[in-house]
Design a protein around this ligand. Sequence first.
Ligand code: C2E
Ligand code: MG
Ligand code: MG
Length: 707
Amino acid sequence: MVSTTDSALEQDLYRAVFRQAAVGIARVAPDGTWIEVNQRLCEIVGYDEQELRARTFQDITHPDDLDADMTLVKKTLTGEIDTYSMEKRYLDKAGNVVWVNLTVSLVRDHAGAPRYFISIIEDTTARKHAEQQKREADEQLRLLVEHAPTALAMFDRHMRYVVVSARWTDDYDLHGKDIIGRRLDEIASDLPLVWRTAHSRALAGEVIRTEEYRFDRKDGTVQWLRWVVRPWHTASGEIGGIIVVTEDVTDKKIAYEQLRHLAHHDTLTGLPNRRLLNQRLMQSIKHAQRRQQHVAVLFVDIDHFKHINDGLGHETGDHVLKDIGQRLTHAVRDEDSVARISGDEFVVLLESVPCLDNVLPVADKLVRCFSDPVRAGEREIRVTASIGVSIFPQDGHNAAQLLRNADAAMYSAKSGGRDQYRFYSRHMTDLAIERLFYANAMQDALRQSEFSVAYQPQVELSSGRLVGMEALIRWRHATRGNIPPSVFIPFAEQNGMIRKINHWILHTVCTQGARWLASGMLFGRIAVNISGPQIEDGHFVDQVVRILDETGLPADRLEMELTESLVMRHTSTGFQQLQALRDLGVQIAIDDFGTGYSSLSYLKQLPVDKLKIDQSFVHDIPDHSDDNAITEAIIALANALDMQVIAEGIETDAQMRFLCDKGCNLAQGFLFSRPLSAADMTALCGTAGTLWHTGTNDGVPTLPVQH
Ligand code: C2E
Ligand code: MG
Ligand code: MG
């Protein structure tokens, strides 16, 4: 309730404010007649003071707003409210709409009867117009964006969709999704990182053009898109968000890819050309350097290709080249490359080769690629190739060197008679030749019975009694003579022949053991050496069970020797196999113990019965204090773990005495006997059992030490 004052000073102040106010002010009678109006109000509604005072506010109020105003007037008069504000329209003298903000207060007399209203009227027409225009402009913009022929979207600062074009909805399969107001990353969870960085850069004012990205559409087609991301500004000039425009560059990309392919590939075979090969080679050298691996370059040159071309025509020549290209490609892994670098020259690049042994089988395979003739219509054409191999880093440190040296090796393969491969380094070539020899020779050896087994006695020192023997393979090759197992077993392990060879040994040994057992010979156990690929093959135990069954040898007559390094590989298959063997009753010994960095805690868990002290330690006892100490430590360890311990390679009395003193009661070595053929072993043992004079079994007849 506004109170009136009679004070003259206040009257003057009121008059001054009333006249000079920048807003319209009026006193209005309870019936709506304008009693007093200021200049500003006259300007707002276009009437002069007199004209206005001849009217009521109802006369100049827009008919659509009259009811609302009258309701509030009534509420004020009845005392329900003291004052009100509203936005309303007048019609000015010329009939134009004038928007105003109206604030009305009622002044009452002392008795509380209404005297007049004080109305304050602020002209908001200009602001209203501006708002209206903006709304219309926004609507226009929205329509413009929605119907834009490109895929574009507007986002606010928080990456929420503001508006998108229909193309955008199409391109990103967003039909039926309510996306406006939702964050982009809610809708596209696998948002490329480029988006996030582009978003924050654009918000900082930058315009970003991204690289092109592959986009797999639901219908299976592939699109290549790239985005232009730029900020948009609010009316006050701040960055309100970003606008993203998608450019479909699929056609450009396809054209570019085709060009690139042409520039990097050989048109006849479709294989990479020299340029691409060089790039890949340089890249793989970098990778290999980082990972400390090898890279192999195999230079393949078709032998006498000129004859094919000249004799059978270029068309046939082309056909041969294509065929060879395919064969080479099939012969290598997907990550390797086959390139055609000129007429009849191909290069195979083996990337990330962890170990040199991986190169040989590939070289072999490439040579074998040529074993079937190439078919050209009715004709069958025999083709061979010469292959030169160079290896990073030993044969060259850069692409050019490696290619040059592979080329040189290829020439050496040519001069060596063609249809073969040669390594750039002599050593590798020798090794490769050896491997090839062994791969073939071992097959023949099995077929032609060149293998045999020798048995070396194992003696109990306290009694001089024969308690067991170790079966050792022997190979008498037709031209090379005796080949020691330490030479051929590693080759057999690499080329897989070891499985067949070991099966043969086990079978032979078990048959012999069963025969000795039947004849009443007392030989204890026979130990067989087992190698890695066997124990890691899940079927090994089944194989042993089958052989024991077939031959009739009881499992407790068999012992298996595994080298320490093999046992310590910790493979779970290996562990299970050992456990299963032991459950059968087969005894397990660790061969060459002391050389393989055993983990003691692991050793404790292993299903192992016996440690075999490596002969390198035995060799220098008792004169070498380190070896003495190691040997003693192994004996103590075996005792502590409740395992048996045997020393091998004993050649002298002094060695035997030392071991016996330190508590090693089992022994094997030339001092007692060299490995013997089965027949010699039978003769040595007879049926009464064999005794050696060990000095510790006094009173026992001394038998000659076997040589
Ligand atoms: P190993 O299992 O440690 O076998 C002991 C080697 O020491 C045998 O050599 C044996 O002849 C030799 N030897 C025995 N007593 C003495 C001695 O007093 N002085 C010296 N200097 N040497 C002695 P061999 O037969 O040449 O075998 C070498 C290795 O080849 C074996 O070492 C074993 O690792 C492997 N091997 C032998 N036969 C087989 C087999 O049938 N299968 C498998 N997987 N490996 C075998
Ligand atoms: Mg052994
Ligand atoms: Mg050994």
